[in-house]
Design a protein around this ligand. Structure first.
Ligand SMILES: Nc1ncnc2c1ncn2[C@@H]1O[C@H](COP(=O)(O)OP(=O)(O)OP(=O)(O)O)[C@@H](O)[C@H]1O
Ligand SMILES: [Mg+2]
Length: 477
């Protein structure tokens, strides 16, 4: 590189032709150092130049010819350009006729890897506009997209379900989001209570204010009061500064008290007053603070049982459970398993895993047969474990976590309808929705002991709709 530059600066001693050749070499050498792919094509798509990184970006080995745009990837270039032009506000004709750069993004398969590439296409003309070339700059934005996917899967809780019962819960959640009523979410661990709480906040008028989450089981009992109400400087040994509590932090927003059943009785009384009056005092202060928050609570223990055994105050329960909602366990919505497995596989691919995941029939049988005591969290972990332990992306029974494998070995004796469906599938991808519907139907029929009228009632549909769905799912006859 330095030699080339030195050659370029000593141009006085060289002919013009030499100089132009050298300039060309300098430019080429600079372009090869850039991390973006650069391709020059004719308007018809014949490539006259590309830099080194282009082969890496598209996962093309040295033996693959790169002569036409279609040699790079399976994009329908003219269609994609038209769509990009329309997306950017113009129509294709005017956008393509103007000198404006066109941008679009594409998810491509580079060998076994999925890449997210951003394309910028600009037309360049000779001085008399007789000749035209197109310069395409290609930037790899996979890292950015994967980070977004990771943040999204943790943060916004894209809730996936096809279960009528769960869909009702979500409809209800959206419907009551607008009110200020206190909500109590009850359900086993890992069923999605925290996700539903976030969904409610996101759909509420308070969404531009904070959602403050407190896991009551994770706060040491001695620190609970100051965690909730805050403290002044010197309020107790070790209180070096004044500190705001969660109640105050949630002002104008939503306060989410997770695992509220874990609150010790003496604190339940204090919390009751603070919730009732929306007023409290910081530890070490006489000043009363007013707050305005919406309360959502969650518990994975049955609080009515806790009331009966004097572990939970009935008056607090009625205050926080104005709208009680039950989140069904995954074993009661087994039709969600294929949808969730697919979703978690997509999520892994979006976070950088190779797009070659396949699940064997045996593994599907095992996943559908297991009762999922840890619910969706456990299924998510099992999918991630299975994919990591898979053989070249093929998830077999042996790739699954031991608990699930052993359960399956001990119980796979009688064929349930769900298992009969599992025996027909090999996936994932594509037909997950059909699979989910089949499982939902067989599950309802199983619960209804074969009575179609009762199954229709369980699903909240009429008998004709049930019959139509059974036909569509290949279950009628
Ligand atoms: N319907 C769903 N679709 C996709 N992911 C889900 C769904 N429900 C739950 N999850 C995922 O499962 C995990 C557990 O969900 P969440 O934390 O909301 O459960 P929880 O009921 O609050 O559990 P815990 O009682 O332990 O607090 C999370 O990673 C969440 O993103
Ligand atoms: Mg939770």
């Amino acid at each position: 590189m330095i030699d080339v530059l030195a050659a370029a600066t000593s141009r006085n001693t060289r002919s013009t032709v030499d100089f132009l050749t050298t300039t060309h070499e300098v430019l080429e050498s600079i372009i090869d150092q850039i991390n973006d792919g650069i391709v020059i094509t004719s308007p018809e798509g014949t490539i006259s130049y590309y830099n080194h990184i282009v082969r890496d970006l598209f996962g093309l080995g040295e033996d693959k010819p790169i002569k036409q745009l279609k040699d790079l990837c399976q994009i329908n270039w003219s269609k994609r350009l038209a769509r990009a032009a329309i997306d950017s506000g113009g129509d294709y004709g005017t956008a393509i006729a103007s000198d404006r750069a066109i941008h679009f993004e594409e998810k491509i398969h580079a060998g076994d890897t999925i890449r997210f590439l951003q394309f910028t296409i600009k037309r360049l003309f000779s001085q008399n506009r007789q000749h035209e070339i197109r310069v395409i700059v290609i930037r790899d934005i996979s890292a950015k997209r994967r980070l977004e996917a990771t943040l999204q899967s943790g943060g916004t809780c894209g809730l996936i379900t096809g279960s009528p019962e769960m869909l009702k819960v979500l409809d209800r959640a959206r419907q009551i989001a607008a009110s200020d009523a206190s909500i109590m979410l009850q359900g086993e661990s890992g069923t999605g209570k925290s996700c539903v709480a976030r969904l409610i906040h996101k759909h509420s008028p308070r969404r531009s204010y904070p959602l403050i989450e407190v896991n009551c089981a994770a706060v040491p009992e001695t620190l609970m009061e100051s965690e909730f109400f805050g403290h002044t400087k010197g309020a107790f040994t070790g209180a070096h500064d004044q500190r705001q509590g969660k109640f105050q932090a949630a002002d104008h927003g939503t306060l989410f008290l997770d695992e509220i059943g874990e609150l010790p009785l003496h604190l339940q009384a204090k919390i009751l007053h603070a919730i009732e009056d929306r007023r409290f005092q910081m530890l070490g202060s006489n000043e009363t603070l007013n707050v305005n928050f919406r309360l959502i609570s969650a518990s994975n223990v049955n609080l009515r049982d806790a009331i009966d055994s004097n572990q939970f105050r009935a008056d607090l329960y009625y205050r926080i459970a104005v709208i009680p909602m039950n989140i069904p366990p995954l074993r009661d919505r087994i039709g969600d398993v294929p949808l969730l497995v697919n979703h978690f596989c997509d999520d892994l691919v979006a976070r950088g895993h190779k797009d070659n995941i396949r699940i064997t029939k045996g593994a599907w049988q095992t996943l559908l047969n297991y009762p999922w005591p840890g619910n969706i969290r456990e299924l998510n972990n099992a999918v991630e474990y299975g994919v990591i332990c898979s053989d070249e992306g093929v998830v077999d029974v042996d790739s699954l976590p031991q608990d699930i494998r052993l359960y399956s070995r001990d119980t796979l004796v009688a064929k349930t309808p769900a298992m009969a469906i599992a025996a027909d599938i090999d996936g994932p991808a594509g037909d997950a929705e059909l699979r989910s519907q089949q499982l939902e139907l067989t599950n309802a029929l199983e619960k209804a002991h074969g009575s179609k009228a009762l199954a229709a009632q369980i699903l909240g549909i009429d008998r004709t709709t049930l019959w139509r769905r059974m036909q569509k799912a290949g279950l009628a006859g």
